[in-house]
Write a protein that binds this ligand. Structure first.
Ligand code: GDP
Length: 296
């Protein structure tokens, strides 16, 4: 188990004892430790560089240089900056539109889109008192359509049937029509993922977005994804105007550095964290708490 950033910095500061004050070069050494800690948490390298540059500016201000306990002061600066970067207080689904409010789920295969669709359905029914319809536009995997049916039932929502011989575009239109005629407040559209980014997938989801005009386009990403998260996030951001992020599998043992990478690349707020495979395993994302986890 790697030692925490706090431990590392206090060890480093001890070796500086005897030097009259903390200088710019001392801070540089300390920032190297911060960099290591972030890389160990699997934050992507370019994101780490940007982040360190911002922290350096703050550390060289009054906050660290000249303070009695520079190690602690720097941990404070890093923690504050991490929490500020990852969170912006926007945590729930935006439903401020003419019903049905449409939510488009985007992400790689296995990221947790279908599971999260079930969790969101439950959340919107129980917490927001909404009437929710789900539909799957994954025409490549009949099992995915069945899986959505199962989780929607568990959540107490309604599921709109779709079939592998239909086009995603036609499924979307039929589902909107059904949602309108039956006065649903929300329609959640689950989509096909691939194991890796490919152009056909991106073209398909762009087309779906144009048809659906969703109020929320959620990027679902696995917190365990680590360094790769940055490429996935870039591709989805280029394809779609993302309005929020759901970080899944936060119950795993990763330090969750993907949160910082994905947030910085997409600029979209991290709205929810998936914390189990179960239908109620969804929490509002807590940036303060997550900053502590990333730093170890
Ligand atoms: P999709 O291909 O994006 O629709 O992904 P799925 O919803 O099918 O999820 C893929 C796998 O990840 C399934 O085995 C889910 O049970 C699991 N999963 C999804 N979200 C979470 C989570 O927050 N925690 C855990 N432990 N497993 C999750």
């Amino acid at each position: 188990m790697a030692s925490t950033l706090s431990d590392r910095l206090s060890r480093l500061v001890k070796t500086m004892r005897g030097q009259a004050r903390i200088t710019e070069s001392n801070v540089q050494d300390m920032l190297r430790e911060v960099r290591m800690a972030l890389l160990e948490a699997d934050v992507a390298l370019p994101v780490v560089r940007d982040f360190i540059a911002r922290v350096k500016e703050k550390a060289l201000g009054q906050e660290v240089v000249g303070s009695l306990n520079p190690g602690q002061a720097l941990v404070g600066v890093v923690h504050k900056e991490l929490a500020a970067t990852m969170g912006d207080g926007v945590s729930d689904i935006n439903l401020a539109t003419q019903p049905p409010a449409i939510i488009l789920m985007a992400g790689l295969q296995g990221a947790g889109k279908t599971t999260t669709t079930g969790k969101l359905t439950k959340h919107l029914i129980e917490r927001r008192k909404k009437k929710v319809l789900t539909v799957s536009a994954d025409v490549y995997r009949p099992a995915a359509i069945e899986q959505l049916k199962t989780v929607t039932k568990q959540a107490g929502g309604e599921w709109f049937p779709s079939a592998p011989d239909q086009k995603p575009h036609d499924i979307a239109l039929a589902a909107i029509d059904h949602a309108r005629r039956h006065y649903f407040d929300v329609l959640i559209v689950d989509t096909a993922g691939r194991l890796a980014i490919d152009e056909a997938l991106m073209a398909e989801i762009r087309d779906l977005h144009a048809t659906l005009k969703p109020v929320e386009t959620l990027f679902v990403v696995d917190a365990m994804q680590g360094q790769d998260a940055i490429n996935t996030a870039k591709a989805f951001k280029e394809a779609l105007p993302l309005t929020g992020i759901v970080l899944t599998k936060m119950d795993g043992d990763s330090r969750g550095g993907a949160a910082l990478s994905v947030r910085q690349i997409t600029g979209a707020p991290i709205k929810f964290a998936g914390v189990s495979e179960k239908i109620d395993g969804l929490e509002a994302f807590d940036a303060e708490r997550h900053a502590g986890r990333v730093l170890g």
